[in-house]
Design a protein around this ligand. Structure first.
Ligand SMILES: C[S@@+](CC[C@H](N)C(=O)[O-])C[C@H]1O[C@@H](n2cnc3c(N)ncnc32)[C@H](O)[C@@H]1O
Length: 215
């Protein structure tokens, strides 16, 4: 996602105060003051999905990470405007997840419209490459899940293969999310809205990590 640098970005991010996780180690139960389930969105963009999902599930705690601070700031301002108390956000690269979070503290990971990195030489940058799955395994709880949506079929097929080889079990899968039974509860992301208005079909899968593969 390319965007012009926002004026006063750092000040606007700082103004979101306690919504933003400080640098360093993050213990979700300390951050939220509760042991409620923790769901993590990686690459949250401008925050439509995290806001819509957190509104529907006030008893769940949500963390949204995004590597570009000016984009994360827009998501944080949305969360603040809605007064959502069950969301925190961080400017963070997914590559650091296993250093920033304690082991086995996340119930579910959401990957929405991750960058496809179509060139073979860049496969390691895909957020479903096994290098990233290794990090997710460390922070996911036993039988923790991963929900993925993308318009990009090659990325979808790559992801399904990587997940399966890695020990995830795919429980739900569709190449037409909006025409499926899953449409009713679906919360759209910014990219999803754009792609579907342009007539693109949305692929979706849900998988969980089998207990014996969680160590
Ligand atoms: C194509 S956009 C999709 C945004 C949003 N999820 C949506 O569906 O509208 C991908 C987002 O993931 C972020 N991203 C890509 N790689 C990342 C990484 N390694 N760690 C954190 N965020 C990342 C990008 O900065 C970008 O905002």
């Amino acid at each position: 996602m390319r965007m012009r640098r926002k004026k006063h970005g750092a000040e606007r991010l700082a103004a979101c105060g306690e919504l933003i996780l400080p640098d360093g180690f993050v213990i979700p139960a300390d951050v939220f003051g509760s042991d409620a389930p923790v769901m993590l969105e990686i690459g949250c963009g401008k925050g439509d999905f995290i806001c819509g999902t957190a509104e529907k599930a006030p008893d769940v705690n949500f963390i949204a990470i995004e590597r570009i601070s000016d984009i994360l700031m827009l998501a944080a301002e949305k969360v603040a405007a809605k007064g959502l108390e069950n969301v925190r956000l961080a400017v963070m690269n997914a590559a650091l997840l296993d250093e920033r979070f304690p082991p086995h503290c996340v119930d579910r990971i959401y990957l929405n419209f991750s960058d496809p990195w179509p060139k073979k030489g860049y496969a390691k940058r895909r957020l479903t490459h096994r290098g990233f799955l290794e990090k997710y395994r460390k922070i996911l709880k036993e039988n923790g899940s991963l929900f993925l949506k993308t318009d990009d079929l090659p990325l979808f097929e790559f992801s399904a293969e990587e997940l399966t080889e890695f020990g995830f079990v795919i429980t739900d899968m569709t190449n037409d999310l909006h025409g499926s039974v899953y449409a009713k509860d679906n919360v759209m992301t910014e990219y999803e809205r754009n792609f579907s208005s342009a007539g693109k079909k949305i692929n979706m899968l849900r998988a969980y990590l089998k207990g014996e593969n969680n160590e």
